[in-house]
Design a protein around this ligand. Structure first.
Ligand code: HEC
Ligand code: CU
Length: 371
């Protein structure tokens, strides 16, 4: 290739970069309103990580700009000129020492605070932490609040089991024990905590305290971040941070047994549920309280979403879900997608061929009444 051709190509690329750079900047800036942003920390843990991130970011920025400017200057200053001949240099000890020391110093500046944060965030959790076990399953999250259930007949504390929506109290430390039932999952709430893997047969944990001012109506979004099968991307959860009063109100409702349905349709749904769904789901305080293969549905009507944060919680989505969940979550049952034939019991199957449309409607009505 001739020199001219090379020059033309490089000029073309320079022009393209000039056009692309503002576009890239635009994408970067619009990401600021992303609900899964990591740069608006809402807990001590994510704020500590953000501190390290800022150091790394500004250092990289400094190196980037310095190298770009230097490259530009060298290119212009030492460009080929008539009558000027290049000098050949072989080795320059002082320069070589300098450019070894500078990167070492930069890495050290990043390393020390990183270590500090790792040590701080993996320290022992505060004594007054609320202890929650989060279990990853294909493809949903079970949350068990230690000792927060209603006391049993002998007055001993029991655990409170729920799924896919986590409720926390601002200012109150939470110690999350991370487990998995089937394959490796990972727990991440970008603004609050993570990413820590959930490994079968091995317990990891993390702890954090949501800031006092992190209380908000809107949910914080959580997500499984370890590829765990066909519906990995459909394995999400929501986190609600309340003030003390709000949290206690939620707890009071959540720990109590299921309410009786009031509508005729809902009552029919309740009967059908016990026959059709109790082999996998629990609704506390009813005959359907033996199985825990699927999410606990005692107060499913009070959740904002169903199917692990995938669908808004309303009758039509419930009907779609019960009729054919694999339509919504690929791979959810072995009939539609071969995932795990050895343990087919765990998977929610399509009920559209087993239960009439009217009956599915009644079950959906019942579930929405389980506030
Ligand atoms: C063979 C076990 C099994 C049976 C039977 C079963 N389910 Fe499920 N169900 C599951 C599993 C597992 C999930 C979690 C799936 C996921 O989100 O990936 C689930 C999820 C759900 C959800 C979403 C809950 C949430 O919090 O997101 C609803 C609602 C539900 N099932 C309703 C029903 C109804 C109604 C029936 C009876 C018609 C039924 N299920 C029968 C296993 C079962
Ligand atoms: Cu997962």
């Amino acid at each position: 290739m001739t020199e001219e051709a090379l020059l033309r190509i490089s000029q073309r690329w320079a022009r393209r970069l000039l056009i692309l750079a503002p576009a890239a900047l635009f994408i970067l800036l619009t990401a600021c309103s992303d609900p899964q942003t990591t740069i608006e920390p809402a807990s001590d843990m994510t704020e500590a990580i953000q501190g390290v991130y800022e150091i790394v970011f500004w250092l990289s920025m400094f190196v980037f700009i310095a190298i770009m400017l230097l490259t530009l200057w060298l290119a212009v200053h030492y460009r080929e000129q008539p009558g000027r001949e290049a000098i050949q240099i072989h080795g320059h000890q002082r320069l070589e020492i300098l450019w070894t020391i500078i990167p070492v110093a930069i890495v050290l500046i990043m390393l020390v605070p990183t270590w500090q944060v790792i040590a701080d965030t993996t320290d022992t959790p505060p004594e007054d932490s609320m202890v929650i076990t989060a279990t990853g399953k294909q493809w949903w999250f079970e949350f068990t609040y230690e000792g927060l259930g209603l006391p049993d007949d002998e007055g001993n504390p029991t655990d409170l089991v729920t799924a896919n929506e986590l409720h926390l109290q601002a200012g109150k430390p939470v110690h999350v024990l991370l487990r998995a039932d089937d394959v490796i999952h990972s727990f991440w709430i970008p603004q609050l905590a993570g990413k820590v893997d959930m490994v079968p047969g091995h317990e990891n944990d993390l702890w954090f305290t949501p800031f006092e001012d992190s209380v908000r109506e809107e949910a914080y979004l959580g997500q499984c971040v370890e590829f765990c099968g066909a519906s990995h991307a459909n394995m999400r959860f929501r986190v609600f941070v309340h003030d003390e009063e709000g949290f206690n109100a939620w707890l009071e409702n959540e720990r109590s047994d299921a309410v009786e349905p009031t509508s005729e349709l809902g009552k029919l749904g309740a009967t059908l549920f016990v026959v059709r769904c109790a082999e996998c789901h629990t609704v506390r305080g009813t005959a359907a309280s033996i199985a825990d293969f699927g999410p606990d549905l005692t107060h499913v009507g009070s959740r904002t979403t169903i199917a692990a944060g995938i669908l808004d919680n309303n009758i039509s989505n419930l009907v779609d879900w019960i009729s054919n969940p694999a339509e919504i979550k690929p791979g959810i049952n072995p009939e539609n997608d071969v995932i795990d034939k050895e343990r087919p019991l765990r998977f929610m199957r399509a009920f559209e061929d087993e239960i009439s449309a009217e009956d599915i409607q009644a079950i959906a009505q019942y579930l929405t009444e389980l506030k």
